[in-house]
Design a protein around this ligand. Structure first.
Ligand code: C2E
Ligand code: CA
Ligand code: CA
Ligand code: CA
Length: 278
């Protein structure tokens, strides 16, 4: 671990040598963090534009470092993936998200839980079996679960992925494609996979009100998705203007700072209470 110029904690960067001492030290730090229980899940609400209800929350991991404060997942997930620690961390994420969902549903039964799944974890042989076990032990309704996978998680082993996604569908779990538009983006492959939701990457939303090109792409994605009976989430919605444009384009759901930041589980209860009384 080290500190960069802006006094920000940097754990990982692309130039780092895989076999270096650095990686070893950071891996040790990550392992220790796991043992100390320094990871926490935050939840970001998603609004259904038609009903104005909160349809789901996305679980986003944070590392509450005992000295450095909050560290974002972009700074440690890649390292966790390289070191193999992504497996115990993902096991924990799924268990924690299911337990929080179970509690949440006593009060807010319509809210779904959307969980990010690392490509490495998705491709592990015991992925489905472990997920099934967690669902049973927590006794949570699989119909309230959504898994977020990137194109890079499902494309490299397309045939195997179709099988896995089909099993997930049979279990009642819904499937979202994360960061859509940034990967292989072959729109034609989509119909091969049993996909419920596309999440349009924030990069297309950012300048939606300024650039005709971004609007054209967003329009095309929504039209294509709807023609395949797939629903659409716009990510990174920060302004009323963006919200309005997305509403005009019949986008199904929105997520972003305009609605809410990612919240602690305590804050989420308060948010949902307020939302319903508004
Ligand atoms: P993502 O899945 O695309 O998550 C969306 C990111 O956008 C989150 O960053 C969120 O905090 C941020 N965000 C939400 N609304 C806005 C907005 O209005 N404007 C802007 N500029 N940003 C917004 P975060 O939490 O730092 O996560 C970064 C990435 O780390 C995630 O991207 C995901 O790929 C990964 N990640 C986060 N949590 C998990 C996890 O539990 N498991 C796995 N495997 N990956 C995770
Ligand atoms: Ca995501
Ligand atoms: Ca995303
Ligand atoms: Ca992203």
């Amino acid at each position: 671990a080290k500190t960069n110029g802006r006094n920000q904690f940097v754990l990982y960067h692309d130039g780092m040598n895989n076999n270096g001492r650095h990686l070893f030290q950071l891996e040790t730090a990550l392992r220790k963090a796991f043992d100390l229980g320094e990871f926490a899940l935050y939840y970001q609400p998603q609004v259904d534009m038609k009903t104005k209800q909160i349809r789901a929350v996305e679980a986003l991991i944070r590392w509450n470092h005992h000295e450095k404060g909050v560290i974002s997942p972009g700074q440690f997930i890649p390292l966790a993936e390289e070191s193999g620690l992504i497996t115990p961390i993902s096991d924990w994420i799924i268990m924690q998200a299911c337990e929080d969902l179970k509690q949440l549903q006593w009060q807010f039964p319509y809210v779904k839980m959307s969980i990010n799944i690392s490509p490495i974890y998705f491709q592990q042989i015991d992925f489905l079996e472990k997920l099934q076990k967690t669902i049973e032990s927590v006794n949570v309704n699989p119909r309230s679960l959504e898994l977020e996978l990137t194109e890079s998680a499902i494309m490299p082993h397309a045939d195997q992925s179709v099988g896995r996604l089909t099993t997930l569908k049979t279990m009642g779990i819904s499937i979202a494609i994360d960061d859509f538009g940034t990967g292989f983006s072959s729109l034609s492959y989509l119909h091969r996979f049993p996909i419920d939701v596309l999440k349009i990457d924030q990069s297309f939303i950012k300048q939606l009100s300024q650039y005709q090109e971004d609007l054209a792409i967003v329009k095309a994605i929504i039209m294509m998705a709807h023609s395949l009976q797939i629903q659409v989430v716009a990510e990174g919605v920060e302004t009323e203007k963006q919200y309005q444009i997305l509403e005009e384009q019949r986008c199904d759901f929105v997520q972003g700072y305009y609605v809410s930041n990612p919240l602690t589980i305590g804050e989420l209860y308060e948010f949902l209470d307020m939302w319903n009384h508004f």
